[in-house]
Design a protein around this ligand. Structure first.
Ligand SMILES: CC(C)(COP(=O)(O)OP(=O)(O)OC[C@H]1O[C@@H](n2cnc3c(N)ncnc32)[C@H](O)[C@@H]1OP(=O)(O)O)[C@@H](O)C(=O)NCCC(=O)NCCS
Length: 252
């Protein structure tokens, strides 16, 4: 009897400890996200990445909170996304909804990379919409949109913008960069999977056996992709301090 009740007490204590540990881990995770969100400019230490002058384009790149963008820029981000994506959305089970998309793109947690012509600043050419968030117990930089005007595509700019995101993710202590792609968006598949080596994330919905047997991709038309951001940690010989090295990303 006595032993049984001790075991019950131990179990209760174990449960309590586990709950406390989970709480601590969650708090620590959200503290990193909050710190990232409270930055004035996540690109502050990435000065060489503020311009891209290659393959006939000469642009500047800034990182801004959605709340800092002027009205015309916010409208432009929506229109470019709509022009590029509406048909692809309509070919999926999601369909296209102006209001929903506007709401998502202007969520107060949204950050933007805005690409402008270096001389004519009014000419906006590309955008990235991203958020710092927790997904499935990972700290992630979630890329909601990467949208380029047609005239600046296939010039390496998309790859450069994704490199910036990966660097921001590294500097802010995120563990992954994540994004969602439509299976039928062939160009973006080539871009993310073949070129940038993003892989299907564990959270990506799996096609059913029937879908695979009948090669029916219509059930789930999207995939979640991710890339792990390795935080290389080096112990300092003379102290317990940890120094963090940046990943080897080139400007090319
Ligand atoms: C997808 C997108 C972001 C790619 O950006 P980009 O600047 O055009 O791509 P890059 O020039 O950096 O291309 C890097 C590589 O990706 C692959 N790639 C990019 N676009 C491709 C396409 N249309 N077809 C096949 N491969 C492509 C190629 O391997 C390319 O290297 P290469 O030009 O040396 O062959 C851009 O085309 C875009 O904005 N598309 C419309 C919106 C969209 O679909 N966004 C993605 C939503 S998930």
């Amino acid at each position: 009897m006595g032993r049984k009740s001790n075991r019950a007490k131990e179990k209760k204590l174990e449960k309590l400890l586990k709950k406390k540990e989970d709480e601590c881990r969650d708090n620590a995770m959200w503290a990193v996200i909050d710190a990232a969100n409270s930055l004035t400019d996540p690109m502050e230490s990435l000065q060489p990445f503020r311009t891209y002058c290659r393959n006939g384009i000469d642009v500047s790149i800034s990182c801004e909170r959605v709340t800092e963008l002027d009205e015309q820029t916010v409208e432009w981000t929506f229109q470019l996304t709509k022009n590029n994506m509406q048909t692809l959305y309509e070919a999926s089970e999601w369909g296209w909804n102006d209001e929903e998309k506007r709401k998502e793109m202007t969520d107060k947690k949204a950050w933007y990379l805005i690409v402008r012509d270096k001389v004519d600043h009014e000419q906006r050419l590309a955008l990235v919409n991203f958020r710092f968030d927790v997904e499935d117990d990972y700290r992630v930089l979630y890329c909601y949109e990467i949208q380029l005007c047609e005239k600046v595509r296939r010039k390496g700019l998309g790859k450069f913008l994704m490199q910036i995101l990966e660097l921001i993710a590294f500097k802010t202590g995120m563990q992954k960069v994540m994004l969602t792609v439509f299976r039928h968006n062939v160009a973006s598949h080539q871009f993310f999977v073949n070129k940038l080596k993003y892989i299907e994330d564990d959270t990506s919905p799996v096609l059913s056996v029937e879908d695979l047997v009948y090669d029916d991709m219509e059930g789930i038309s999207y995939q979640i992709l991710s890339k792990t951001i390795k935080q290389q940690q080096k112990a300092n010989n003379n102290s317990n301090n940890i120094t963090t090295n940046s990943p080897s990303l080139n400007k090319s």
